[in-house]
Write a protein of this length. Structure first.
Length: 457
């Protein structure tokens, strides 16, 4: 083998996919992955640089790796601002930007030469950093939006979509090797294919357009759960809702609305407002009544008045979104919003966030309590602390960000199983119940039976 590489992956699911690609290339060249700093000959840190707390976390992780190992290569979003990293940690060996897999490998080669033995340097199955039963499926990189609070286009560039045939081939391989849930991601999933003019590509002997509607229709035929993230409410998204109503894809949409005040949204360079958002949500729910909508909001954006915030709270009460995350506004170096007038004092930001979460927690509790007595389909993610207890997610919950379902079983249930759980208790975010049956998983692709690898540091 060529040597051992430590790996630290930070940030969003899109960065996690980048980490999987880097690790897969390293494995293909004969490198092993070390679970500890001590055994690693070099450490790669994949960073996040979206907001100030993420930058601080990334710099802290780099510092820890340097202290524990001494040889560190930095990549990822913060790598697009090398001066920030080099000022804090001038001893790092190399700094590369997001998606620059070849440059990361070149930096590793300089520390540990690759294995030249063709019998050991064989291409392995793709490395996965998620459990075997779910995987993120990135369909595009970068973003064409110019939101005033965001620097993603500066970090990751403008949107670059993958051909539909390439995506569907990857999805087929994942499902054939045990993946039961595909989480479709991009910075702007709804805009998939716009940059390549929705050009068709071949998949299994036919042409498929690079368009979200066409792509999702194909994914729905694989027999796995399909969950859509980062979906902007473009008109064509309405064409996907019948697939949810028919049970072909999960009744779940992650829609980053950010605010409800038209004034604040204009300052953010975002479209819409409370009324247009509500109209869209009503249309979607008229087609798929059990649709779960997740969204994120920024509280305390420059210029946000008490009236703007009250409008946001009223929108929450009317929209009754199933899953909500909120953050206080944080300046991002290089973002245009930093120059906006009337910044909101930090104490007011925190006070508004607390009020926001109080309203949403009450709504979440009401929605969860309505599930008591009902039976939900649940995918098992882990074993619980008590014998026979498992921890999973319903169709309305994405991993890592939404609620959990704790279920009592007879002890025969395994991670990755699909089970039916009768809900007996509800809290604001999590549900509790008892298993009343299992569901056969029926993928519509050949089963290869190949194990995937989970790497942790």
């Amino acid at each position: 083998m060529a040597g051992k590489v430590g790996f630290v992956s930070l940030g969003c699911p899109k960065a996690l996919v980048d980490s999987e690609q880097i690790l897969s290339r390293l494995r293909a060249e004969g490198y092993e992955t070390s679970p500890t700093y001590e055994d690693a000959e070099v450490v790669v840190v994949n960073t996040c640089g979206f907001i100030t707390p993420a930058v601080e976390e990334s710099l802290s992780a780099i510092g820890e790796a340097l202290a524990e190992n001494g040889k560190v290569i930095v990549t990822g979003c913060l790598g697009a601002r090398p001066e920030v990293i080099q000022q804090a940690h001038p001893q790092v060996l190399e700094v590369t930007g997001p998606g620059q897999v070849d440059k990361v490998l070149e930096a590793v080669h300089r520390v540990i030469p690759p294995d030249a033995d063709p019998f050991t340097a064989l291409i392995p199955p793709q490395v996965k950093l998620t459990p075997r039963h779910y995987a993120y499926l990135k369909i595009a990189e970068g973003c064409n939006h110019k939101c005033s609070f965001c620097i993603i286009p500066q970090l990751r560039g403008l949107q670059v979509s993958r051909d539909a045939g390439e995506i569907l081939s990857e999805a087929t391989r994942l499902v054939s090797t045990g993946t039961r849930e595909l989480l479709v991601i991009a910075q702007d999933t709804s805009a998939y294919g716009v940059d390549i003019r929705h050009r068709p590509s071949e998949f299994q002997g036919r042409q498929v357009r690079a368009h979200l509607v066409d792509l999702v229709n194909e994914l729905a035929e694989l027999g796995a759960w399909v969950r859509l993230h980062y979906v902007y409410p473009y008109p064509h998204v309405k064409q996907l809702i019948p697939l949810m109503a028919e049970g072909k894809i999960l009744p779940y949409l992650d829609v980053p609305l950010q605010h409800a005040s038209p004034k604040i949204l204009r300052a953010m360079r975002r479209p819409g407002g409370a009324e247009s958002h509500l109209q869209t949500i009503r249309e979607w729910r008229s087609i798929a009544p059990d649709l779960a909508i997740r969204s994120t909001f920024i509280v305390g954006f420059p210029g946000e008045t008490e009236e703007d915030f009250a409008l946001l709270l009223e929108f929450l009460r009317e929209a009754r979104l199933e899953r909500v995350g909120a953050f206080t506004y944080s300046e991002v170096p290089g973002a245009d919003a930093n120059a906006l007038d009337n910044p909101v004092p930090q104490e007011i930001k925190e006070e508004r966030l607390a009020r926001f979460m109080e309203v949403q927690q009450r709504l979440s509790l009401e929605k969860n309590q309505a599930k008591v007595g009902k039976t939900l389909e649940v995918i098992v993610d882990d074993y619980g602390e008590e014998p026979g207890m498992v921890v999973g997610r319903s169709k309305y919950d994405a991993p890592g960000i939404d609620g959990l379902v704790y279920a009592e079983t007879d002890g025969t249930v395994k991670i990755g199983d699909l089970i039916r759980v009768r809900i007996t208790k509800a809290e604001a975010y999590d549900l509790y119940g008892e298993t009343v049956g299992s569901l056969a998983w029926k993928p519509r692709v050949p089963q290869w039976g190949m194990a995937n690898t989970l790497i942790r540091l």
